[in-house]
Design a binder for this molecule. Structure first.
Ligand SMILES: Cc1cc2nc3c(=O)[nH]c(=O)nc-3n(C[C@H](O)[C@H](O)[C@H](O)COP(=O)(O)OP(=O)(O)OC[C@H]3O[C@@H](n4cnc5c(N)ncnc54)[C@H](O)[C@@H]3O)c2cc1C
Length: 216
């Protein structure tokens, strides 16, 4: 199971709107949408990023782990709505294991077979807690960090560029990187000028990593 990402809402004509915002700074009259051409590029080249705050993008992200949720929510210039572990049933909660660990579990190495027993007994134990009317707010203390969740997140164009710079990098952790790449693909379709050079620093300039991945 892998996380899925959908762009569920966004400001109409994001490139045009931000171009109008940038034109407004240098026009006598308030510019109309018809005035927009490639002025957004010019504004971005001069570092006028605040105009991108006028366009917002809302994503639904399903089946992401709480590991990734913790990393995601470090980005403060965003709005979040995350599935509650208090108000949704603890029955049948699912979790994701990294591929590298699944490979070991599927190998014939006996030392890893114990995980199956742990996994089964954890599920039984959680079900027992539910049957004993232990509230969800307590049961969740026993969930693995790889437990999946769903969230709605809204970011503006400026914050997204920053997010992509950090999280599309090959040095970012694999799950948040995969999600960031899916988000970038979706916004590029609706705001191609804004996100033309989006991605890790090596896409538009120079890698800042101390130990670069070597795949700039
Ligand atoms: C590869 C990688 C490894 C990481 N490892 C760790 C780790 O080991 N431990 C850890 O704790 N975190 C870690 N982080 C998280 C990191 O420290 C940041 O918390 C996270 O990337 C959010 O970045 P941000 O603060 O720039 O972004 P946002 O919160 O999205 O903010 C965007 C920008 O707004 C401005 N801003 C926001 N809030 C303020 C403020 N209060 N004051 C001034 N300016 C502000 C800043 O310019 C900031 O860059 C890691 C991140 C990455 C990408």
């Amino acid at each position: 199971m892998e996380a899925t990402v959908s762009l569920i809402s966004y400001t109409p004509q994001p490139d045009a709107l931000c171009s109008v915002a940038s034109k407004n700074c240098v026009s006598k009259e308030v510019p109309g949408f018809d005035m927009y051409a490639n002025s957004l590029n010019t504004a971005l080249e001069s570092g006028h990023y605040s105009i991108l705050e006028h366009a917002t993008f809302t994503f639904s992200i399903e089946n992401m782990t709480r590991v990734t949720l913790a990393q995601f929510t470090r980005h403060r210039m965003a709005s979040y709505a995350v599935k509650s572990q208090r108000y949704t049933s603890a029955k049948g909660v699912d979790y994701i294991l990294p591929g590298r660990i699944i490979e070991l579990l599927n190998s014939n190495d006996e030392s890893f077979n114990k995980f199956d027993q742990y996994h089964t007994s954890l599920k039984v134990f959680l079900d027992n807690l539910i049957d004993n009317k232990i509230p969800n707010e307590d049961i969740r203390y026993l969930f693995p960090e790889g437990t999946t969740t769903n969230m709605i997140v809204t970011m503006n164009g400026r914050e997204l560029l920053h997010f992509f710079e950090l999280r599309c990098c090959n040095k970012a952790q694999w799950e948040i990187r995969n999600i960031a790449k899916m988000m970038l693909k979706l916004v590029k379709e609706v705001a191609p000028i804004m996100f033309a050079k989006a991605g890790p620093p090596c896409v538009s300039g120079k890698c800042r990593e101390k130990n670069p991945c070597g795949k700039a």
